[in-house]
Design a protein around this ligand. Sequence first.
Ligand code: ATP
Ligand code: MG
Length: 424
Amino acid sequence: MTDVVRIPFSEHGITEKQICKKARTILKALTKAGYEAYLVGGAVRDLLLDKQPKDFDIATNAHPEQIKQVLPSTRIIGRRFRLAHVHFGRDYLEVATFRAPHNKSDKGQVSNDGRIIHDNVYGTVAEDAVRRDFTINALFYDLKTGDVLDFVGGMKDIEARQLRLIGDPDVRYREDPVRMLRGIRFMAKLDFSLEPQTEAPICEMSGLLSQIAPARLFDETLKLFHSGQGLMTLDLLRQYNLFSCLFPLAEQSFIDDKTKQFDTLVRAALANTDKRIRSGKPVTPAFLFAVMLWHQVQQGSKFYRDSGNPDLQSVHLAASDALGLQVKSIAIPRRFSNVTREIWTMQGRFQFKACRRSINFTNNKRFRAAYDFMCLRAVSGEPLQDDCEWWTLFQEVDADEQLEMCNKAKGSPRRNRSGRRRRK
Ligand code: ATP
Ligand code: MG
């Protein structure tokens, strides 16, 4: 059995008050009913690092039905591994029964290439610790005694500010290649480094991500780029060969674009997103994909235009090509990819500054996203600085001034019947 080190309050400093009330209620109810129950994972890690936890997860030896007996507001979810959601009105906390590492069972839990397929064998707290990913994510806080339980040396790694996979990195990455992405995410989020053996296999094993369902990679991609550290995450992902597994077209754009416009666009967009997230403003995945695929869409649009297609249709065709290839790695739900497409197709409209058209345009539901995107393109070096300034001002002034601006605006290209711009 794995030895446990019990770390007392005097050494870790986590107080009961730092744990959300709902988590405390659950921990106390389960313990009172005779079960073991701990706060675990990211919450313990973040409290030790003086960060505000995102969520408070609980692990227990009670099975889901037993959790429901103790806490009747529980809903049991999931077929593959069943989890208990203990509800407090609309809000809920996740309570997971201790699971054993997959190799405890002989029921074919691992695929031929070492990937975990089923992960639903119940175990002890010690077993639950070692099946987790990084040592710093495998610490358990015992509310009853105030101790932190450490089975894997996680506390030492917190102090050394490093991410160490539990067990043999080669095996653990093979079991679940997403752990490589999680490593990068925690590096950026916590400003930790990778312990050398945890780091060593990543570049070589990055290709294993192609086995992961694109829908799961969509979720992971959002966690990576919408965490407030998107810019640093981009550099780390590229450094470890992981970016091309998520965004093969964008990786190609980084290589192809000798002008560095694409690089500037992506960096400006991610810096902007990071700023928005840190100040609590909303962000949309549609924008991330619009940025990452832009170079490809521009190249594709040019190809279709040169082949005789009208402007707008060329953008649509190029958009379909780029999104069609991207969803092979990351499944973008249609509600987002439709917006991404709109951001691209609306870019052409910024050149038309006739009054009614302009006012209608600013009232469009997607105007703001398309405008932000156009101004980022200007920042990246595309010749759009004047358009960006014009539309910025246009939104700020009153109706009379808008009219004046439209009248003054010259050079709005007129269209012929086919919708194609007249050649000068
Ligand atoms: P965050 O604060 O970003 O939510 P977290 O550590 O809580 O970080 P979660 O994705 O919420 O991350 O997962 C909760 C816990 O489940 C982790 O701390 C870890 O112990 C375990 N875990 C999650 N994903 C894996 C995985 N792929 N392999 C092994 N253990 C995992
Ligand atoms: Mg979490």
